[in-house]
Design a protein around this ligand. Structure first.
Ligand code: GTP
Ligand code: MG
Length: 199
């Protein structure tokens, strides 16, 4: 599956303000700066579609992108951004929580983890919450270009070992790089399969 046309549909601060939409939706989440917006641009082959910044906390709303008029992407704010006030951080998590729990057309949530660093408690806790809350999710390890091919397998094993401490079965795990487009084909193929299954 390839993408011909990707366009920005809008930004929302609350799931209930978004309105019902029947198009299948795929959302991207992870700690601030993990590379959510970059990955969306890479998948869509569309530089500048989602706003990118080297300063964490760039994406602060639920941003929806229309893909070929057939499906949608939601770029979510990062979690674990400590520099915002307590009140704002609380709002973030409620916004994300409501979106994930209420969004009827959400087919799959991609949880992004930064492969350059060891497994982070906040990511593991979030993944566990997804499992417990029956949110359909998959995992994408980002910034693979910074890990090096030889270290990739070992890096992934550290993550899967950590997850197997809690779970007996793991969702699909992809590896990506927005720099060299690693993972693009596999992730788009998976999205296509998910949409077929949903029909
Ligand atoms: P927030 O919106 O702040 O939550 O961040 P985000 O997760 O959307 O991250 P974003 O895509 O804005 O990228 C953050 C930084 O990481 C930017 O400086 C990107 O250029 C860099 N980055 C993202 N993906 C990759 C990647 O695959 N490889 C490398 N080397 N850098 C990346
Ligand atoms: Mg972003």
């Amino acid at each position: 599956m390839d993408i011909q046309k990707s366009t920005f549909r809008g930004s929302w601060e609350r799931e209930d303000a978004m309105g019902f939409n029947a198009l299948p939706e795929f959302a991207f989440i992870g700690r601030s700066n993990v590379g959510k917006s970059s990955l969306i641009n890479m998948l869509c082959n569309h530089k500048g579609l989602a706003k990118i910044s080297s300063t964490p906390g760039k994406t602060q709303t639920l941003n929806i992108f229309d893909i070929d008029g057939k499906w949608q992407i939601c770029d979510l704010p990062g979690y674990g951004y400590a520099k915002v006030s307590k009140e704002k951080r609380f709002l973030f998590s409620n916004m994300i929580k409501h979106y994930l729990e209420q969004r009827e057309n959400l087919i799959c949530l991609f949880v992004l983890i930064d492969l350059r660093i060891p497994p982070q408690t906040i990511d593991l806790e979030f993944i566990n919450w997804c499992g417990e809350s029956s949110i359909p999710f998959s995992i994408i390890g980002t910034k693979a270009d910074k890990v090096g091919k030889n270290n990739l397998e070992e890096t992934l094993k550290i993550y899967t070992d950590k997850l197997f401490e809690v779970w007996v079965e793991l969702p699909p795990i992809f590896v990506s790089s927005s720099e060299d487009k690693t993972g693009r084909e596999d992730i788009l193929k998976y999205i296509k399969e998910c949409m077929k299954k949903d029909k």
